[in-house]
Design a binder for this molecule. Structure first.
Ligand code: AMP
Length: 395
């Protein structure tokens, strides 16, 4: 049966169509610039990307276009072949510990949680509504980035702020990238030939957005992102943690409002802010190789913080059996992994430099005598979504 995994943004819609339960990718692509006359539709056919520029008024039109293309290209004979649709949802807040079948109540909760993820949850709902309109009898399942982190204890998810902020406004850590952390932790256990219930794993999802998690017995006990994805280590454009007093001080100097400052911390900080060059690790590695000190500094700051989190999770977990690197940088930057792992030598981590020279492939990169195994595991968030559609919609 065919299952569609969807990630809807404010003006985009990414999709991946799976044959399940074989877990085979049939096709994938995206619609971008939705709402514009020159939107584009991209689809991968036999490994080749094809792109068409056309007007796409809204998400429902984008979904219709995508489904029409599947038929026109004979990827499906009829839309009845699509047995379920899974949607990535960034913020599930305190409501969702697991994925859920979409009904009116679930949609109302996702809507209520827009306050915590205004850039994401609203567009996700538009995506759900678009699929419900075009495929009215097909079940929709929502898969939350936050659900995996709902197992954290209060001591890990609470902020030390007036308790009333938590009680009244639900101010706490929710985390993000949960689907990815869960996938790589479970895959790591499979690769080790062990039950995830018997393992302590530190997962490092280092992409343009980046977060780390401490996973004990398959459950998350701590994660670096917070109320929103701004907390934690510095990222492509996000600052990660800093003293909040920076905001009042710089506001008194430069006159920015609070929303403007949060925007700067989200969009103009991290790699981009420190280097002044780019939010892309490839650009920074190249600039650094050409002697650019600020590019090197932007990377150094992030690597130090990655090490800080891994060391802290090692202690909080009471040791670690494995460290996993995933996402764009985690999968593709041998330099980052080497520098981070060398600093973890004090914990008995030893990296095999030759094995570490890998991009985008599953591999054990630690030496046989390393006390902690270190893996590169490409993340498969869409596959997790497709699996959850089968499980939750009971297909
Ligand atoms: P993501 O958000 O997971 O797509 O990750 C984006 C980040 O991954 C960017 O900083 C990219 O520079 C980095 N990245 C993606 N592919 C590569 C690659 N082949 N080599 C080095 N970095 C990469």
């Amino acid at each position: 049966m065919k299952i569609m995994a969807v990630n809807a943004g404010s003006s985009s819609l990414k999709f991946k169509l799976f044959e399940m339960p074989e877990e085979k990718v049939i096709t994938e692509g995206n619609v971008e610039r939705i709402g514009l006359e020159d939107a584009y539709f991209t689809i991968k056919i036999n490994g080749e990307k094809e792109k068409e520029v056309l007007p796409i008024k809204d998400h429902a039109v984008a979904v219709k276009k995508l489904l029409d293309e599947l038929i026109a290209r004979k990827i499906v004979k009829s839309l009845d072949e699509i047995a379920g649709v899974g949607h990535r949802i960034v913020q599930g807040g305190w409501y969702f510990e697991d994925s859920a079948l979409v009904d009116d109540d679930v949609k109302a909760k996702i809507e209520e949680l827009c306050a915590l993820a205004p850039l994401h949850n609203g567009p996700h709902l538009i995506g759900i509504n678009a699929f419900q309109k075009v495929l009215p009898s097909v079940p929709n399942v929502v898969v939350f980035d936050t659900a995996f982190h709902q197992t954290m204890k209060e001591e890990a998810f609470m902020y030390a702020v007036p308790y009333d902020w938590y009680e009244t406004y639900k101010i706490r850590k929710y985390g993000a990238h949960g689907t990815s952390h869960k996938y790589v932790a479970n895959r790591c256990a499979e690769l080790m030939g062990k039950d995830v219930k018997d393992l302590k794993i530190i997962t490092a999802h280092i992409g343009n957005g980046a977060s780390l998690s401490a996973v004990k017995g398959g459950k998350c006990i701590d994660t670096s992102m917070g109320l929103t994805p701004l907390e934690g280590i510095p990222m492509g454009t996000r600052s990660g943690n800093l003293d909040p007093t920076v905001l009042s001080y710089i506001s008194s100097k430069l006159g920015y409002t609070l929303p403007e400052l949060i925007q700067i911390l989200n969009k103009k900080s991290g790699y981009l802010g420190v280097s002044g060059i780019s939010n892309d690790s490839r650009d920074l590695e190249e600039a650094m190789a050409n002697g650019n000190e600020r590019a090197k500094l932007a990377l150094d700051i992030q690597y130090k913080r990655i090490v800080d989190y891994i060391a802290s999770y090692y202690v909080y977990l009471g040791g670690a059996d494995a460290i996993v690197f995933t996402a764009g940088i985690g999968e593709n930057s041998p330099r980052m992994r080497e520098i981070v792992c060398e600093r973890l030598a004090v914990l008995g981590v030893k990296i095999d430099k030759e094995a570490n020279n890998v991009r985008g492939k599953e591999r054990l990169i630690s030496t046989p005598d390393s006390k902690i195994k270190v893996y590169v595991i490409p993340t498969e968030e869409e596959l997790m979504i497709a699996r959850d559609v089968l499980r939750i919609a009971k297909l």
